[in-house]
Every structure is written in C-alpha cells, then in structure tokens.
Write a protein that binds this ligand. Structure first.
Ligand code: GLP
Length: 253
C-alpha cells in the first residue's frame, strides 16, 4: 500500500494517501488486523459517508479470508433521537447494513444508544455501563464533521463529557441532510458517546477524506486543543492515528 507520507507529530501519527480509496483500505486493514489479533475486540464504530468505503473494504478483506467476528463487541458512537426503531436513516440501521451483518457480528454483541428509552439520562448511563461491563473500548474509529465534531460531540463539548443527549448544530444538520432519503426532517437531537468516553479507548483512529474536510483538518493539525474543535481533544490521546487522503490534507503546511 502506497503512503504519500507518514509523519509523527508530538500529538499523533498522520498517514496521508494519494486517494480516498487507499486511505479507506488502510483503516479497513487496521480493523481487520485488530480483530484477527483479538477476536473479542471491543470496538467503537462510526457512521457517515466516509465510513461507507472503509466498511466496504473491510468486507472485501473478510470475503478473502474470513474472520470470526462472533465475539467482537461493537458500540455505535451515536444515534439520532426521533426516528422509528430500525428506520432506514438511523445509525443503527446503517451499521447493521454496512458492518454488523456483512461481518457476521452477533446481534447480542452490537450496541446502539437506546434512544427509544424516553429517559435519556438513564439510557446514557446504561450505555456507559455497557461499555464498562465489556471492559472498555479497545479500538475506536471515527470520521469528522466539517465543524470538527466527533461522534455528535459538537463544538463546545467538554473534554470529560460522557454519553448524553445533544442538540445538533445547524452545520451538522445541513451537511447530514444529503444522507436522508424520504421526506422527513433530519432529527435535531441525538444520544452520543462523550469525549471522555472516546478518550478512554485504547487506540483511536480518525479518517477524513475529500476537499470539504481540508479546512477542518488543517485547523486540527495546526491548531491548539480547544473545545470549539472537539476532534482536537484527540491530540491528547496517547495512541491516535489520523488517516487522510490528498484532498483532505492539502491545506496542511
Ligand atoms: C455524522 C456522524 C459522525 C461522522 C460525521 C461525518 O455526523 N455522527 O460520526 O464523523 O457524520 O460524516 P461524513 O463521513 O458523511 O462526512
């Protein structure tokens, strides 16, 4: 696999690839190897357009040489509030379709914040408990929103935040609109893992591809750690890898 550039800063390892496809393949391979090394891996999993190609490439690897994923525990990073159970635009549905079913994850080992429990505080603490009970997250894969959000931790999120209800910013609603088929409005609230929840993971990966992410990636790589750019908290994580393509990395000096 061709790297354009591998670079270590004080804060992270950056892998830059020529194309989005190569960047996706790299992350898919990392996930594949992590499961092969630890069939009981606890993994936090993201949704979004960037992840489509990562999960597709992971599935291709799995088709070549099958992995036993029956003991992997997977935790969705977030879920919209207000959609019916199993709704095609829900993150739970996305993950079932792109990751859990193709890879043969056992349904009893896949977790999504329970947005159908109207007591959101209870649902949030339960999610934290489920992660703890599993032994914590070994591996975490993320995308990034154009405003720097990770999972749905919008700008202003605290570094020690845990799973909770959040209001989506207008930028996030606008940018995620294209993922909504059908007539309904995109929900404006969600349950999301917190920054603290994500920072507790042993190994963290963030993938960003495409020119629309180039400004936020420049700000992430070159700027300070700050609550106005939630992904920047990852620079404090002891094992953080940023995977980029040519387009998303083009504004970095
Ligand atoms: C959503 C998800 C995030 C994801 C972001 C970017 O808001 N909750 O986890 O990182 O979208 O998505 P995309 O890859 O479609 O740009």
């Amino acid at each position: 696999m061709e790297y354009l550039h591998v670079c270590y800063t004080d804060f992270m390892k950056i892998l830059k690839f020529d194309t989005a496809e190569l960047a996706s393949k790299c992350l898919a391979k990392e996930i594949y190897q992590a499961i092969r090394e630890n069939p009981s891996l606890n993994i936090g999993v993201a949704t979004g357009r960037t992840m489509d190609s990562v999960y597709h490439n992971l599935h291709l690897l799995h088709q070549k040489e099958r992995l036993d994923c029956s003991k992997v525990k997977a935790f969705a990073l977030d879920e919209y509030i207000g959609l019916k159970k199993g709704h095609e635009n829900s993150y739970g549905h996305y993950l079932n379709f792109h990751l859990f079913e193709p890879m043969g994850f056992s349904p009893s080992n896949t977790f999504v914040p329970d947005v159908h429990n109207s007591n959101f505080e209870e649902a949030s603490s339960l999610y934290e408990e489920q992660i703890q009970k599993a032994g914590g997250l070994d591996f975490l894969i993320m995308g990034i929103g154009i405003n720097g959000h990770i999972a749905l931790n919008e700008p202003g999120s605290a570094s020690d935040s845990r799973t909770r209800i959040v209001a989506l910013s207008s930028k996030t609603i606008e940018s995620n609109k294209t993922l909504f088929t059908g007539e309904e409005e995109i929900p404006n609230t969600a349950l999301t893992m917190g920054i603290g929840t994500m920072m507790d993971a042993q190994k963290t990966y963030l993938i960003a591809t495409g020119v629309t992410k180039s400004e936020i990636i420049r700000d992430l790589v070159e700027g300070d750690i700050r609550s106005s750019l939630p992904a920047s908290y990852l620079k404090d994580h002891p094992n953080f890898t940023l995977i980029l393509d040519h387009d998303s990395s083009k504004k970095i000096k």
